[in-house]
Design a protein around this ligand. Structure first.
Ligand SMILES: [Zn+2]
Length: 372
């Protein structure tokens, strides 16, 4: 008999609630104690603004966590835990961290519960769906506030890439879209919704524009509807990285391979560890380029030996399957000279790459990304 698949859940939620500065430490310590007792993994931020939590656990552990939240003073009745919960095959991260954060999502300015209530403007997934289903997306400016490669992997119909990390950039951003907006309302969205909800509160508070977030972000929408209004895959910060959206009827592929321009849903990182660029790349092309995003990274990797190990690279040490980590440790322990190691890595990689040319010379790394 086949063993039962482990049933794990990924919970991702946030809640703006005022927690007095004097209680932060004890609230945080208690949360950490409970979550580590029941073996949840991943990360939780708690601050005077509230909580932002992304954890994985088996179904029982996640149920216990929900019950725990209901028993606390500040984290009762949190919206959207259920519609944003996702079944996964196991833990999505090896450890648990619970940290005190000045802002639970960093935009350079804090918000209070009162301000959230007063200035929050958002469309529910149902309302947003209606706009897209009726083809009214052109009546709005729909801004995708995630990173560029996340947008390129998948986004809502009619959305424009507008990736911004800091609220201080928002006025400039709006300036850029103001002429386009022409009186239209602006809708913006991000993966889990927290960044855009907070940014909309700050924007409306400072009287910038009529700005709407999408309640629960992309995660709630794609968990609620399977309607093809989301194009492509969804970039997620857990083990899945590129998450399939929809089914064979509604799914589309819009990502294009960094090297070949072929359509692909696959994401990977550059193997030169100092670069580590996140790339949309066809898996076959990725392997063909030995995992490097550019010729620069390939050369730097040889010069520094900083190559991430993958199970499909067959580099040999003394005739046996080896790893780059082993090579670095041989050098470190003076059992191999640096130049011999470089020679070995260079010969191996150049042999694999003799017939391959890189489309990009320079590293394809993008700016720092913000989790939400
Ligand atoms: Zn690179």
């Amino acid at each position: 008999m086949k063993p039962l698949e482990p049933q794990f859940e990924l919970l991702t939620f946030y809640h703006f609630v005022d927690i007095p500065e004097s209680e932060i430490e004890s609230v945080c310590a208690e949360h950490l104690q409970f979550c580590s007792d029941i073996w949840l993994k991943w990360r939780i931020y708690i601050g005077t603004e509230g909580i932002s939590s992304t954890v994985s656990g088996n179904l029982g552990q996640c149920r216990a966590y929900r019950m725990y939240l209901e028993s606390t003073k500040y984290f009762k009745n949190i919206a959207d835990i259920e519609p944003k919960a996702t079944l996964v095959s196991g833990h999505q991260f090896p450890k648990l961290t619970v940290k005190i954060r000045n802002e639970i999502v960093v935009l350079g300015e804090k918000v209070t519960q009162e301000e959230v209530k007063k200035y929050k403007k958002e469309f529910t997934p149902e309302e947003f769906k209606k706009i897209l289903d009726e083809g009214r997306e052109d009546d709005y400016i729909i801004l995708d506030m995630r990173n560029d490669y996340e947008y390129r992997l998948g986004h809502f119909k009619g959305a424009i890439p507008a990736g911004t990390v800091n609220f201080r950039e928002v006025p400039q951003l709006l300036e850029r879209y103001r002429s386009k907006a022409n009186g239209k309302k602006i809708i913006w969205y991000c993966t889990g919704g927290i960044r855009c909800e907070k940014a909309a509160v700050l924007a409306n508070k400072s009287g910038l524009e009529d700005i709407y977030a999408i309640e629960g972000g992309v995660v709630k929408y794609v968990n609620t509807f399977n309607d093809g209004n989301w194009l492509g895959n969804l970039y997620t910060f857990d083990d899945r990285v590129s998450t399939f959206v929809g089914d064979e009827k509604t799914h589309t592929t819009i990502g294009t391979c960094l090297h070949s321009g072929k359509l692909t849903d696959h994401c990977d990182n550059c193997r030169y560890t100092e670069c580590n660029a996140r790339m949309i790349v066809d898996l076959g092309e990725h392997k063909k380029h030995m995992g490097f995003c550019s010729s620069d990274c390939f050369e730097k990797a040889i010069n520094t030996l900083l190559v991430k190990d993958v199970d499909w690279d067959d580099i040999k040490i003394g005739g046996k399957q080896g790893t780059y980590k082993e090579i670095r440790s041989l050098v470190k322990n003076s059992r191999m000279s640096f130049s011999d190691a470089q020679q070995m890595v260079s010969t191996h990689l150049k042999k694999r790459l003799w017939n391959t040319t890189f489309t990009h010379k320079e590293s394809q790394k993008e700016g720092v990304i913000q989790m939400d």
